[in-house]
Design a protein around this ligand. Structure first.
Ligand SMILES: *[C@@H]1O[C@H](CO)[C@@H](O)[C@H](O)[C@H]1NC(C)=O
Ligand SMILES: *[C@@H]1O[C@H](CO)[C@@H](O)[C@H](O)[C@H]1NC(C)=O
Ligand SMILES: *[C@@H]1O[C@H](CO)[C@@H](O)[C@H](O)[C@H]1NC(C)=O
Ligand SMILES: *[C@@H]1O[C@H](CO)[C@@H](O)[C@H](O)[C@H]1NC(C)=O
Length: 395
């Protein structure tokens, strides 16, 4: 089922009091939205639930661990340096704003660093790390991979109030894993104006391939913030805002007017600037809103999307440089993934995301390259008999 484009927007992101702080949080959101674009573009007809905040958090941690060209690439894609003076206070401010009790709707954010117990960390790394991130450092032993995996999954389950149960699949961590960087987000918001349960009934939803399915749709009439817009290519669409009861969070819903226009026409131009422009151009008008109840659970492999944004060396065992984290071992990011679950019904929204970068040590055995003439012997070892032998002067 192709859904209308849904954006969870935090008003604090868009109109924060301190301009430097809100600049950093905007850059962080911009980066996350770009990753979403890449993920969605790779599978345009699939449901995608994504957390821009989660991906920016994990890449921020990676940026701190990286050095040299690896760090330059991450920094260039994110457009801010995690060690710049203004950045750590801005990220702390952002987190405080997001999770503060005055939001009423609940947002929990947590980061964790699962690190191999005997990995020698570069001096000073932990100090910088704790200054920037509010995180938990857990020592684990990846030579017992199942146990380590269960510890990560347990932490994710706790941090998402049970919504994401089996985050890392068997086999994702192994004896060469050195580090797992994880971010978890939990959100629970009640609609400011709940949908009356009795009004929900099956209606037809038009999928992008032209077919139709009957799904339960909620319905209510209220005065919503609403606007009609058009893309630079002239695709007309409308945007409606559904506020949560605490009034600091809302869900913005956008869809092209015409059913035969693909959602991609709208998704392509999406960025934080456009979302802010929606917000400031909407007006409060009475509307009858019909919206499907929905529940999505999607998993995204972030490697290719991040590589397309220029973050390449981090994933390449022979070029990755994570010497800010550990100088004695060659590390690289073997996997980057995100799992998101979202449930939208008459009373509100519950959503969780878990994002991880899984860092491995590169096995670097000494090389033996037979690139010159050599002898060979085929021997029966128990008896010492030599069955064949020869020399290879030119293969
Ligand atoms: C990693 O980057 C640092 C800082 O630029 C540099 O000194 C070091 O030589 C690099 N290490 C590798 C293995 O490229
Ligand atoms: C990790 O577990 C392995 C296997 O049980 C054990 O041999 C090793 O000493 C442990 N390493 C650390 C650092 O605890
Ligand atoms: C929002 O309104 C401003 C001022 O009227 C206008 O310049 C701008 O193009 C509008 N934005 C969108 C996305 O329609
Ligand atoms: C909506 O979902 C929440 C859990 O996400 C549940 O507690 C609530 O009862 C549901 N509301 C309705 C009207 O189904």
């Amino acid at each position: 089922m192709q859904l209308p484009l849904v954006v969870l927007a935090c008003t604090a992101l868009l109109c924060g009091a301190n301009p430097l702080h809100s600049r950093v949080s905007q850059l962080s959101a911009d980066f996350g939205v770009k990753v979403f674009q890449e993920v969605a573009q790779a599978s345009p007809d699939r449901n995608v639930a994504f957390s821009p905040f989660g991906v920016a958090s994990v890449l921020g941690m990676l940026q701190l661990a990286a050095a040299g060209e690896t760090q330059t690439q991450i920094k260039a894609a994110m457009k801010y340096g995690i060690k710049e003076r203004r950045v750590p206070p801005a990220l702390r401010w952002l987190r405080k704003e997001l999770t503060a009790p005055w939001n009423q709707d609940r947002v929990d954010v947590a980061d964790a660093l699962f690190v191999q117990r005997d990995l020698p960390l570069a001096p000073g790394f932990m100090k910088v790390f704790t200054r920037v991130f509010h995180q938990a450092v857990k020592q684990v032993n990846f030579t017992e991979p199942e146990r380590a995996r269960h510890m990560v999954n347990h932490w994710v389950r706790d941090s998402t109030h049970g919504m994401i149960g089996d985050f890392l699949a068997p086999g994702t961590v192994g004896a060469l894993t050195r580090l797992v960087l994880v971010n978890a987000v939990y959100f629970k918001g009640l609609w400011k104006w709940p949908f009356p349960g009795a009004a929900t009934r099956p209606r037809l939803f038009h999928k992008s391939d032209g077919s139709r399915v009957a799904v339960p749709m909620m319905e209510q009439t209220a005065k919503f913030e609403y606007g009609e817009f058009s893309t630079p290519q002239g695709v007309e669409y409308d945007v409606l805002e559904l506020p949560y009861h605490g009034d600091t969070l809302s869900m913005l819903i956008a869809a092209p007017f015409r059913r035969d226009v693909p959602l991609a026409a709208l998704r392509r131009g999406l960025d934080t600037r456009l979302v802010a422009e929606w917000k400031s151009n909407m007006t409060r008008v009475p509307r009858l809103l019909v919206l499907p109840k929905f529940s999505l659970e999607t998993e995204s492999d972030l490697r290719q999307p991040l590589q397309r944004l220029g973050i390449r060396d981090a994933f390449n065992p022979s070029t990755a440089n994570f010497s800010s984290l550990a100088a004695e071992e060659t590390l690289y990011v073997a996997q980057a993934l995100q799992k998101v679950k979202i449930e939208v019904n008459e009373s509100g929204t519950r959503a969780s995301s878990a994002t991880a970068a899984i860092v491995y040590a590169r096995m670097a055995p000494p090389e033996v390259i037979m690139d010159r003439p050599f002898l060979f012997v085929v021997r029966h070892n128990p008896t010492g008999a030599i069955l064949f032998m020869g020399q290879v002067m030119e293969p």
